[in-house]
Design a protein around this ligand. Structure first.
Ligand code: CP
Length: 307
């Protein structure tokens, strides 16, 4: 792991590397339960949060994770930057690097934006979501949560439901869960679930009942209305009837199935409030685990850490 410079995607990681992040996240979660939650591991480093798309969970948890590791953190957003005056992404990243950034966390609407930067930037890069491509730290925190709740991955039946085609969360989770040995099925309307996904070693179905049958884990996805043109499904009410997770539909899965959602949720469109707030839901635990997982990722990328 010492030679890994960036975290651009789960696709490039081995199962062993994924497990190293998950195990370290367990240690950081223990630290976060203490009265003093801060450790000096990355003291003196500078972390830049370069978020060029909206975010609540990922941006704030990276900021807090960086502070818990004793780094200095700069938050950077498009509306208050010279990007509005036409400065390019590369010039922006080179500028923050010139100011001393050791780790740059980037979210961008274009798939491949962090990969492009990695060819020019010496700082460590962490992909916090690039277009419809990947969201690796979301998949790691999801895997961490699944491991906590289910003990492991081998043979676990995981249903990923909804707007698969636009979802970087789905792609990173497919790579991650397949590498760890889970049985992954994708569920959604044919318009949002292209057949090509089968090439990733998953099964697909348009039937919610079939997809949820005996599932151990149900991962609901946000309907990404901002990335869609018209015509993927008739109405949001029809979408909920066919692919929304209601209390009744949840009965198709195993009684102890966990319900996940990366957030932000569209309540009443892809998930009923009674399920989102119900006993099977681990949605807020996912958010909590994001902090420990992001501490683990930054810790492992930094090769000069204090031991
Ligand atoms: N899950 C996730 O990426 O949420 P945010 O867009 O709020 O960061």
């Amino acid at each position: 792991m010492a030679s890994v410079k960036h975290l651009l995607g789960i696709k490039e990681l081995s199962a062993q590397e994924i497990m190293l992040y998950l195990n370290s996240a367990g240690s950081f979660k223990d630290i976060l339960k203490r009265d003093i939650k801060k450790v000096p591991a990355l003291r003196g480093r500078t972390v830049v949060n370069l978020f060029l798309e909206p975010s609540t969970r990922t941006r704030t948890s990276f900021e807090l994770a960086a502070k818990r590791l004793s780094t200095d953190v700069i938050n950077f957003s498009a509306p208050s930057s010279s990007i509005l005056k036409g400065e390019s992404l590369l010039d922006t990243a080179l500028t923050v690097e010139a100011l001393g950034a050791d780790i740059i966390i980037i979210r961008h609407s274009s798939s491949g934006a962090p990969h492009m930067l990695s060819r020019h930037i010496k700082a460590h890069l962490i992909n916090a979501g690039d277009g419809t491509n990947e969201h690796p730290t979301q998949a790691l925190l999801d895997a961490f949560t699944i491991k906590e709740k289910k003990g492991g991955f081998e043979g676990l039946k995981v249903a990923i439901v909804g707007d698969i085609i636009h979802s970087r969360v789905a792609k990173s989770n497919i790579y991650c869960l397949k590498k760890l040995g889970a049985d992954v099925r994708l569920v959604g309307p044919a318009t949002l679930l292209p057949e090509e996904f089968r090439e990733l070693g998953v099964s697909t179905t348009t039937s919610m009942d079939e997809g949820l049958e005996e599932a151990d884990v149900i991962m609901m996805l946000r309907l990404q209305l901002e990335r869609q043109g018209k015509g993927f499904f008739p109405t949001t009410a029809e979408y909920f009837r066919q692919w929304g997770l209601s209390k009744k539909r949840l009965e198709t899965a195993k009684p102890d199935a966990i319900v996940m959602h990366p957030g932000p949720m569209n309540r009443g469109i892809e998930i009923a409030s009674a399920v989102a707030d119900g006993d099977n839901s681990v949605i807020l635990e996912q958010v909590t685990n994001g902090l420990a997982v992001r501490m683990a990722v930054m810790y492992h990328l930094d090769e000069r850490k204090e031991q």
